[in-house]
Structures are given as structure tokens and as C-alpha cells.
Design a protein around this ligand. Structure first.
Ligand SMILES: C[S@@+](CC[C@H](N)C(=O)[O-])C[C@H]1O[C@@H](n2cnc3c(N)ncnc32)[C@H](O)[C@@H]1O
Length: 386
């Protein structure tokens, strides 16, 4: 493994740690349907359409998309294991009646003269060395009037997960073998995983992907996504739906700032609310989102060093920084601050060798880790239907 990043890690280990628990498929399909509605993708949109999905992983999410009866479904993934899972689904008849194509390659190497009605890139942009360059390349395949979907995350939204990653040095020292680490961490995180409503990923996959995955810069924010494609796309929807659009319909004649600006400013105003999924923005008081993002970035950078070197001795340094972040969030969201302080007590005790350390209310704290955003490609001539 020379470069940290999705592909190097997954390929070196022969894994695709994003498998859903599909014992009962119904909740999974319900979730995907509700998500697509938040993104503005109504069921009738898919019939007879061309779909292109980058980074499908095991194809569990495609199981819903294909129910809309697209004409063509093209998958691009650089991990053999991902495409093997998709092939197994194909053999099991999951994609019957749909022309499926699979391309094993880096996203940037994919070229095609066709354009597509729906282009998906879920959970696979933020880990790239240059996320905007990847997103821009991917956006180039969307037909006029077609929809582009991606996921985003900020330093704020992943901060609780970054805190969790700080237990890894302790476990790596006690369990040098990777599989043993996975087992021990699955057991350790049971309170966290059980508290998470809607947790649908296999627990060992969550550990491999969230805790043991070597990260580099791991963000691609909503603002960055909008900025990357604003020249030719309009913001369409998101999950969560953070944008409220109060423009008068008659003012939307092309001379107003447009939906991309509305989405940008709604997100900026609510940035701090992405720190704690347990609450909604109306429950969060005033907080300087930009400053909070910078503090969380500082903590992220420190975590990279501690995680890489399994440097248990520096865990108190991370706890100190978390205390500062908790202080910043205290007025706006006291419950969030309390959970972060609980984390600092737990991590200090764990660093001292107390494997039964008490993390108080922290196990129930998750950020709004991954968000989804969708865009629609403008027709070539403004004002023309497509
Ligand atoms: C985190 S998984 C997401 C899987 C799935 N979309 C989901 O949301 O559950 C990222 C996927 O993108 C693929 N991937 C990441 N970077 C890639 C790249 N640069 N080129 C090709 N495939 C890549 C990985 O192999 C993996 O299948």
C-alpha cells in the first residue's frame, strides 16, 4: 500500500467493506426510495434511461435503482472485488432485462461517447487525492436535463467518527493481526453501533471502513460540490434537505442568483448542525460554522499522525483539542458538547490501559457524516426544455 486511499486499501486487502445487511431487503429498498425522493429522483424517471454508476461497491444500492427498469446500467470501479459482487448479482438475475456493462478501471480512465440520464458517485469522491477533479470528470457524462448524484462530507460532519478512530492505536498495539483487530473493535463498538438508528452496514465492514481505513484528506463539502459544477448544473436536492428556497417564482428568470447560491448560503448557515445527527438545525443555537470547521480540520490533521503512528502517548493531545471543540459547541448545542467531553474522559482512560473505559453518552453521538446532493444539467441553451 503506497498511497492511502480507497483503491489501495480495498485492493490490497481484497475487500469491499460497504456491504449492507440484506437479510430483509424491504427496509433497504424503502431507505433508497426515500433517499431518491429527497434527491428529486421520482420512480418514473428511471424507466428506459441510461444509468452510469461510479464506485458501486458491491452493488447493493444498485438493487434499488434497477427496479426502476433502466435500459442500460454501466458500472465503473477500480476494485476487482466490487465487480465480482456485481457479477454475482447479475448471475442471480438481479439485473434481468437491463443491459449491464462493467468497467474495471480508475474513474479518471473512463471515457465514453455516450451521455447518461443518471450519473451516480456515492461514497467515492471524498477520498480522492483531488476530489473536485474527479467530480468534474464524472459530471461530464451527464446528458442535458439529466441528474448527477454525489456524496459530500465536511470536517464537522465526520468529527465524531474521527474521535472513534482514535481508539485504533490502542487496539493495534494489543492486536497486531488485522482480523483480530476487526473482531476486537466490532465488540468494542457494540454500544455505538446498536445506538445508531438505521445502521444497515455489516459491523465488520463498518470497522474496516471507518476505523481501520488509512485516510488522507477525507472531505468534499457541499460548497465544493456546488462550486465544481455550478457552471453547467443546478442544485436539485439533498439528503438531508437543508436548503429552503423562498424565491418568488417570477423572480427566477435567469437574472437572479439562482438555486446554487440558495443552497450554498443555506448550508453555510447550518454548517454546525452537521456535528450531531441526534438534533435538527432548529435545535442548534448560533455557532460560527467556519471556525468550527477549521477546528475540526485541525483535529483531523492531528488524528492522521496519531492514527498512522499508533501513537497512544499523543491521545491526550487529541482529547485537549476535542475539549476546545466542545467548548465552541457548548452554547449552540449543550448535549453535543457533553458527549464530546464524555469522549475525552473515555479516551484518556483508554490511553492509560483501561479497556473498560467509560465513554458516557459519546457512543450515541454521530455526525451527519455523509450527505447526498443531486444536480440537474442545464440544457445547452438557457430557457430550452430538454
Ligand atoms: C466507499 S465505497 C462506496 C461503495 C458504494 N457506492 C456505497 O456507497 O456503498 C467506494 C467505491 O469506489 C471505488 N473507488 C474508489 N476510488 C476509485 C477510483 N479512483 N477509481 C475507481 N474506483 C474507485 C471503490 O473500489 C469502492 O467500490
Amino acid at each position: 500500500m503506497n498511497e492511502p486511499g480507497f483503491l489501495d486499501y480495498y485492493r490490497a486487502r481484497g475487500i469491499i467493506p460497504t456491504r449492507q445487511d440484506l437479510t430483509d431487503r424491504v427496509p433497504h429498498l424503502n431507505r433508497r426510495r426515500a433517499l431518491y425522493l429527497q434527491l428529486g429522483i421520482v420512480p418514473a424517471f428511471l424507466a428506459g434511461r441510461r444509468v452510469l454508476e461510479f464506485g458501486p461497491g458491491p452493488g447493493d444500492n444498485a438493487l434499488f435503482t434497477v427496479l426502476g427498469n433502466p435500459e442500460t446500467y454501466v458500472f465503473v470501479d477500480g476494485n476487482e472485488t466490487s465487480l465480482e459482487h456485481i457479477e454475482a448479482k447479475e448471475k442471480a438475475g438481479e439485473f434481468e432485462g437491463v443491459a449491464v456493462e462493467k468497467h474495471l478501471m480508475d474513474f479518471l480512465a473512463f471515457q465514453d461517447d455516450r451521455t447518461f440520464d443518471l450519473v451516480l458517485a456515492e461514497g467515492c469522491i471524498h477520498g480522492q487525492e483531488d476530489p473536485a477533479a474527479y467530480f468534474s470528470h464524472i459530471a461530464g457524462f451527464v446528458a442535458p436535463g439529466g441528474v448527477l448524484v454525489t456524496t459530500t462530507q465536511s470536517f464537522i460532519s465526520i468529527f465524531p467518527e474521527i474521535c472513534r478512530r482514535m481508539v485504533k492505536p490502542v487496539f493495534a498495539r494489543r492486536h497486531p493481526d488485522f482480523d483480530d483487530q476487526v473482531k476486537a473493535l466490532v465488540a468494542f463498538f457494540q454500544p455505538d453501533l446498536k445506538s445508531l438508528q438505521g445502521m444497515s452496514r455489516l459491523h465488520e465492514d463498518w470497522v474496516m471502513d471507518q476505523i481501520l481505513h488509512p485516510y488522507r484528506k477525507f472531505t468534499f463539502t457541499i460548497a465544493e460540490a456546488i462550486d465544481t459544477v455550478a457552471d453547467s448544473f443546478d442544485f436539485l436536492g439533498s439528503s438531508p434537505r437543508f436548503a429552503t428556497d423562498w424565491r418568488w417564482y417570477k423572480s427566477m428568470d435567469g437574472s437572479d442568483p439562482g438555486i446554487n447560491d440558495v443552497a450554498r448560503s443555506c448550508h453555510a448557515a447550518q454548517a454546525a448542525a452537521f456535528l450531531d445527527y441526534r438534533i435538527t438545525p432548529d435545535q442548534v443555537g448560533a455557532c460560527d460554522g467556519q471556525l468550527l470547521e477549521r477546528m475540526c480540520e485541525k483535529a483531523f490533521d492531528l488524528h492522521l499522525e496519531i492514527w498512522r503512528d499508533d501513537d497512544v502517548a499523543r491521545l491526550p493531545e487529541f482529547a485537549d483539542l476535542t475539549t476546545e471543540i466542545a467548548a465552541m459547541a457548548a452554547d449552540a448545542s449543550p448535549g453535543t458538547a457533553r458527549s464530546l467531553i464524555d469522549f475525552t474522559h473515555g479516551i484518556r482512560a483508554l490511553a492509560q490501559g483501561d479497556m473498560a473505559a467509560d465513554f458516557g453518552s459519546f457512543p450515541t453521538l454521530y455526525g451527519r457524516c455523509l450527505q447526498f446532493v443531486s444536480f440537474v444539467r442545464r440544457p445547452p441553451v438557457s430557457g430550452q426544455a430538454s
